[in-house]
Design a binder for this molecule. Structure first.
Ligand code: ATP
Ligand code: MG
Length: 413
């Protein structure tokens, strides 16, 4: 679990602001859920034999002996909240959320025990247009962040529950005959969650799968049509994708469309955004049947990617534009007042003042790396004047109005 230090938070804010902008452009509304839920919610939604529920949840008893869990993901909580407040039945909804998620995993680059997701969940729309919308939304975000060339969209359809069950049986039959060639994890999953074997990272298992039945061949007609429509919309919108028939996602609740945005720039933890359709989940959690599509992106991984590709805007590295200091004692209160006047005069100008000691002040002010430095002093006739430094070019002995004009010139350029 990481601290996000002041030096890093501008990048987080930049990412969050950009995401919010894009979400606003699609008319999504924010929903905020608690970070703790009853343990059963996750068991019932994510699935008992998934990695998350089997070994990754932070579960504890509260003082009442009730089993609670720090949320490992947002979808289950979002469905719970929306259902509880009557936001789902007979309605079309587009929500987004952000916040920390908790999974007891082996920490490594791009994988942490507290990490952050920004996710969207849509409800009440069964047709493939909404699948296309959430994918276009994510693509627009990558474009805004300059990431579009560094991520690939992988796409698959899991089909209906019945089609998937039929495929599962065929896959198990194929793998049972070759069980001794499977890695240990996959052997275990053969009995519990065989579809997960498809995204095994083991080379041997992957080679074995080359001859296995392919999910796409088992798609029911409705799912196949839904998938074809989605692909046509993406084609028309110019969103490139790869069909990956082995993409299954780690959670139980998906059906039809599943997708991941992956990058090869981050090593093993290459998935930056993942989602899909989960038409069965609302009913499974006690609501009326409600089609749904959503995705979640990993904020830490996106930030790692922006950093790796050097895509962090330069101005984020400096938390202020103007540094104001007094050259000598006795006018510190003027520094405070004039700085506040400058904030009135130039909305958006970020002004930091020098507080505390006054040694080597001119040098210190310039060492802050501030784009503009204002150094104030009192003249012999007790009026104020100042020096404005910009790119090491000082303008000396400016009066109040001249100071404003100098700052305006630099600020507006
Ligand atoms: P992975 O295959 O990498 O374990 P997942 O399938 O468990 O991912 P999801 O539950 O789909 O991941 O979560 C969506 C996104 O959240 C992931 O694509 C990833 O970017 C991010 N994510 C998931 N787990 C972690 C983690 N432990 N630390 C950091 N980011 C994570
Ligand atoms: Mg995982």
């Amino acid at each position: 679990m990481n601290d996000i230090l002041p030096e890093q938070s501008p990048v987080w804010q930049y990412l969050e602001t950009t995401v919010k902008d894009v979400l606003a452009a699609y008319g999504y509304s924010e929903i905020r859920m608690p970070v703790v839920e009853q343990t059963n919610l996750f068991k019932r939604s994510i699935g008992e034999v998934t990695d998350i529920v089997e070994k990754e949840m932070y579960t504890f008893e509260d003082r009442n002996g009730e089993s609670l869990t720090l949320r490992p993901e947002g979808t289950a909580s979002c469905v719970r909240a929306a259902e509880e407040h009557g936001l789902l039945f007979n309605q079309m909804q587009r929500f987004w959320y952000q916040g920390p998620m908790f999974r007891y995993e082996r920490p490594q680059k791009g994988r942490y025990r507290q990490f952050h997701q920004i996710g969207v969940e849509t409800f009440g729309m069964a047709s493939s247009d909404i699948d296309a919308e959430v994918i276009l939304l994510s693509a627009r975000l990558w474009k805004r962040l300059g990431l579009l060339d560094s991520v690939t969209l992988q796409l698959n359809s899991l089909g209906s529950n019945e089609a998937r069950a039929e495929y599962k049986a065929a896959l198990v039959e194929y793998l049972e005959q070759r069980k001794d060639q499977l890695d240990e994890d996959s052997q275990r999953r053969l009995g519990s969650n065989p579809l997960r074997i498809l995204d095994s990272k083991e080379q041997g298992t992957q080679s074995l799968l080359d001859g296995a039945p392919v999910l796409t061949d088992y798609l029911d007609e409705e799912s196949a049509q839904h998938f074809a429509e989605l692909r046509a919309m993406l084609d028309e919108a110019g969103v490139k994708y790869e069909i990956n028939p082995r993409l299954v996602r780690g959670l139980d609740y998906y059906c039809k469309t599943v997708f991941e945005w992956v990058t090869d720039k981050l090593g093993a933890q290459g998935t930056v955004c993942a989602g899909g359709r989960y038409d069965g989940l609302v009913k499974q959690l006690g609501g009326r049947p409600t089609p749904a599509v959503g995705f979640a992106m990993g904020v830490e991984r996106l930030i790692l990617l922006l950093e790796t590709l050097d895509l962090i805007p330069e101005q984020l590295k400096q938390p202020f534009d103007l540094y104001v200091a007094a050259e000598h004692k006795g006018i510190q209160s003027k520094v405070v007042l004039i700085s506040d006047q400058l904030r009135d005069r130039f909305p958006g100008l970020r002004v930091r003042i020098h507080c505390g000691g006054l040694k080597n002040i001119s040098q210190k002010a310039q060492q802050t790396g501030a784009p503009i430095v204002l150094l104030l002093k009192e003249t012999d006739n007790q009026s104020l004047c100042g020096t404005v430094w910009h790119k090491n070019e000082p303008e000396f002995d400016l009066t109040g109005e001249q100071i404003e004009a100098a700052i305006a010139k630099i600020w507006q350029s």
